[in-house]
Design a protein around this ligand. Sequence first.
Ligand code: BTN
Length: 271
Amino acid sequence: MVLNKQKLEAELWVEGKNTYLPFRLHIFESVASTNKTLWELLAQEPSSGCVIIAAEQTAGRGQWGRSWVSQKGGLYLSLAISPQLAINSGYQLTLATAWGIAEQLRKYGVDVEIKWPNDLVLDNRKLGGILTETKVRAGKITQAVIGVGINWKNPVPSTGINLYSWNNQGYSTKISCLEKLAAVVLMGIDSAIQCLEQEGVNILLSRYIKLLSNMGDTVEVDQDFSGTVVGVTSTGNLHLRKSNSVSDAVQESSFYLQPGTISLGYRKSSD
Ligand code: BTN
């Protein structure tokens, strides 16, 4: 199922501005990883706005060195951007992308939430994920590849969900084809990067947290240590608070978990 480039360009046409959103699209039948192909392209001509989309990936990359199973029917997309970010702010690109895509999908009737740090969830199941890779020059992140995988028609495990079957369960979304989904994802990333650059990380985080399904959950870090989720920091750490009763007083303490140190799992679904 190769995506139709002209159809996608039509979806990205901005009425009134008489222009496409600023993306250069490269569509492939099969690649090892769209992130890898994009880095290879950027080595020849570094430029922001290049997009690689593939119908399947044979060695899709997931977070924390995992692989991302990428059978035909899914959306596998990578976008190049040229941020000027401090090295310790790189994770903001992932948080921003998760928020931007979730927010945009919600505008199209898909009730997506975010599971910390980078999962897009629908009906408590994984709809998609984000893998951001960065290059550093003179102490700054100057180039980034934002990779997004979204389950459209591809087979998924029991903890996953694909949007096409959700659409067919009677939910009324305005996402009718893979090209529309790709356009919504690209528009979501574009608005997220604009939010980060123009409004700053604190505004971005306040929006991200509104869509975070884990807020208020109790997280068990180990057998005798748990806390309540109260937020996410600008480096992507999960902020937990713990209440201790000492004599008659209640003492509150905060602790933080880095992305990748704990998996929050999925809530039990009703079926
Ligand atoms: C995760 O582990 O949740 C993130 C998965 C990211 C997968 C996407 S698919 C397109 C891009 N190319 C890759 O090799 N990985 C990302």
